[in-house]
Design a protein around this ligand. Structure first.
Ligand code: MTE
Ligand code: MO
Length: 367
């Protein structure tokens, strides 16, 4: 048998290219996984987990990284698949048990990554052409991806090390160089981050043309769900509105009574799990003052909305409830809250996911 013929594979098809694309993808996967699990812990804290209270932009940063690493991974994954897909047709189809196992692991890897990245992207667009509950599926699949990547890396590690040790690229036929292939991958990844992930940084909003909610809503703030969609238009605007503080002391406050309490102003962002972030000035009553009125000091608080449904309540840990920057906001950017931003009052606190900044708050109780 002769030795393998001198390689004349195009740069895209060389193992050195696949190894480098894989390394870039690996970095994205690790960042995306870590920030995703962090986001999950914030929303579903395990016993031992204490949510950090500062900096205020914490969730903007971690969720911005989550979205950026996820969208950057999409062109890199597609390029990597373009680089290696001829292997799909390699013979023998099954071969040895080891080869079969490797092929199955690769199938799981590719399927789980495609599923994870594209459902994540559609979620940013709030487009749900499926019937499963996105957060649960996204969380579970994250572990499948991480497991599959680990197995893949374990199998390929010797090859990857060899490719990275090699000083010069293997000879390739004239045409597109490896540098050009990798450069195109990086450029596409960077472009994806800008047009989608740019929504995480207010100064880049205008570049985030593919991010549906980087545009302005009323009072310069995007809207996740309108009062009409939430079915609260009438109740929220009613003069009979009362905020109920349900503690050892039962307190009911009208909007005028809320306005008569000491007012404070903070500058805090809404940082949505979908990746957009917008800062604003919020004014209202300190959560700590309301808690004190009802004898709820020092406990975790639950905020219930007029709305019924999935995002109709949130929990604020005791430490954050005592934080002077945590407000039940009545005003946004110097005017009464817009009905769509949670009129008559909504929660705003630092370093938490937007989904927990409950709008149309009607009741505060011990969690
Ligand atoms: N009651 C209620 N509060 C809610 C929501 C909701 O659907 N219902 N959406 C949350 C989400 S996901 C985000 S990002 C913020 C958005 O606030 P905004 O619409 O005022 O920008 O509100 C949060 N508060
Ligand atoms: Mo959100």
């Amino acid at each position: 048998m002769s030795a393998s013929p001198p390689t004349t594979r195009p740069a895209l098809r060389q193992p050195g290219t696949a190894a480098r694309l894989g390394a870039m993808l690996g970095v994205c996967v690790v960042i995306c996984f870590a920030t995703g699990v962090f986001s999950h812990w914030l929303q579903h804290p395990p016993q031992w987990f204490t949510a950090p209270r500062s900096p205020a932009w914490l969730y903007q940063a971690t969720q911005g990284l989550h979205i950026a690493s996820g969208v950057a991974a999409i062109p890199l994954l597609l390029l990597k698949l373009a680089a290696v897909y001829p292997k799909l047709f390699a013979r023998p189809v099954i071969g040895s048990p080891a080869r079969l196992a490797e092929r199955m692991a690769t199938a799981v890897l590719v399927a789980s990554m495609l599923f994870q990245l594209f459902t994540g992207l559609l979620n940013i667009a709030q487009w749900y052409p499926w019937r499963f509950f996105f957060p649960a599926a996204h969380y579970a699949t994250a572990f499948v991806v991480l497991g599959a990547v680990s197995v893949h890396l374990a199998i390929k590690l010797p090859l990857v090390v060899e490719e990275f040790r090699r000083r010069t690229a293997q000879p390739a036929p004239p045409g597109v160089s490896r540098r050009a292939v990798l450069g195109a991958g990086l450029a596409a990844a960077g472009m994806s981050v800008l047009v989608v992930g740019g929504q995480s940084i207010p100064a880049l909003h205008r570049l985030a043309v593919l991010a549906p909610r980087s545009g302005k809503g009323p009072q310069g703030m995007p809207i996740n769900r309108t009062a009409r969609a939430a079915g609260v238009e009438q109740h929220a605007a009613s003069p009979d509105f009362r905020l109920v503080l349900d503690g050892p002391r039962h307190v009911e406050l009208s909007l005028d009574q809320l306005r008569a309490l000491p007012q404070h102003t903070v500058r805090l962002p809404i940082a949505c799990v979908e990746g957009w972030t917008q800062y604003a000035w919020w004014s209202g009553v300190r959560v700590a003052d309301l808690a004190a009125l009802a004898g709820l000091d020092g406990v975790d608080l639950r905020f219930r909305s007029l709305e019924q449904g999935l995002y109709a309540q949130s929990t604020l840990e005791a430490a954050k409830a005592q934080d002077p920057t945590s407000l039940l906001a009545l005003r946004l950017s110097g005017a009464d809250l817009d009905l769509d931003h949670g009129f008559p009052c909504r929660l705003i606190a630092a370093a938490r996911p937007g989904v927990e900044q409950t709008k149309w708050v009607a009741r505060i109780e011990a969690a």
